[in-house]
Design a protein around this ligand. Sequence first.
Ligand code: SF4
Length: 502
Amino acid sequence: MDGIIAPKADTATGCHGGRETMQEAARAAGKSEMMDRLAADYPRGPHDQPQSMCPAFGSLRVGLRMRRTATILSGSACCVYGLTFTSHFYGAKRTVGYVPFNSESLVRGQLYEDIRNAVHEIAKPEDYDAVVVINLCVPTASGVPLDLLPKVIDGVRIIGIDVPGFGVPTHAEAKDVLAGAMLKTARLEAEAGPVARPRQQSDLPTVALLGELFPADPMGVGAMLAPMGLGVAPQSPAREWRDLYAALDCEVVGAVHPFYTASIREFQAAGRPIVGSGPVGEEATADWLDAIGRAAGIGQSKIDLAKARALAPIQAALAANPIDATITVSGYEGSELLVARLLIELGARVPYVGTACPRTPWSEADRQWLEAHGAHVQYRASLEQDMAAMKDVRPDLALGTTPLVQAGKELGIPSIYFTNMVSARPLFGLPGIGAMAQIVATQTRGADRFSRMVSFFDGVGHGDTAGYGTQGVPDARPEARARYRKLREAKAKAAANQSMGS
Ligand code: SF4
């Protein structure tokens, strides 16, 4: 098929390796427009690329969480193995489709034909509303043209997206790639004529929340909005196709996770105003209710009523749950700035907030607030930056990614995984205050355990004493290391002499 080229052999370095070569290959294979779009939506820098899991996991997860949606991966078997493993680790309980390929089927264009056949086979309206096909790194670099797939088969939408690791920096933003593509299709359908009625639709004008939230959070936000006569729309990413229409039908969008650039573009195309930040703690909640009320055209007296009802118990809860601790915050969920705001309002000292997500207008108010309260905010934070901050600050508690938590524990610093511990608890309103105070109290109370652990493991687990399979503490073998160093040096010297002689 025209436009299909195989990536050069030196791109086999896999994740995050050979990115420029892969990008060149994708552009040469006709994907320039898509690469430009990704670069504009998900800007890089200041450093090279954050170190999160395969970005495509974000899109895969969004597809797998939707009812009546089939998800098919097109990519190298090793990538697909890792992605399916991770999806089942997170309890997907859904089949992940896979269209395998080899060098020949890729170069000859047979892979595209195989994908098209698979899509036709699976797109049964009695089973599915939509079929999602995700191009991973190699098929994207090779120009497999998912945009040529039929848009609809027997009423089943076909959503083909490119989610290469060399174009989408984090798995958080990959959620937006699919959420945005689905919103676009749903918006065009709604503009073209009548669409299916959402299963649950509020009688009130609604606020659509952007981001994967703790399940109880939208209900809590709904209670805060009620005095303004507003309800909550089904959130995006959606759980069912028809919910996309209800989300698009909102009065205003709350971009509580600020990196959903493609989704925001679709809401804006539907004429919906966007409000950044989110209702955490006291000040952000007051500002957010003001901004949402104004954007929805609500009168000031109703906005004031909503604020009065929400803020009094929040003030009481903040006063009743003080935190006296220094905490560093880092993660790749997109809610890091909101978490840091809440911690500071609870009394914590937060000198550093790192997020793998990019800077966007929708977190600007949070950035300014945090910096005014003494925090350094690092967008597109690298693991090295997060580690350096933790080592420099030596906090009472570090919230972070898996490798950061591991490093923190080795240093005897209480550390917890942002995604599994913080994102798995409420964040907004009263429940958010209680949950955050409890997390910090539990973890900092156990601080001595970490020092005991460090002294217990002192001398093992590093360098020559790493590994397992011995009965006792592994012996350090410095003489073996010295012997092999001498051998290597002698070999290098001999090679140098030989090349000088030839
Ligand atoms: S698809 Fe994901 S796992 Fe595979 S090479 Fe790309 S970034 Fe890595």
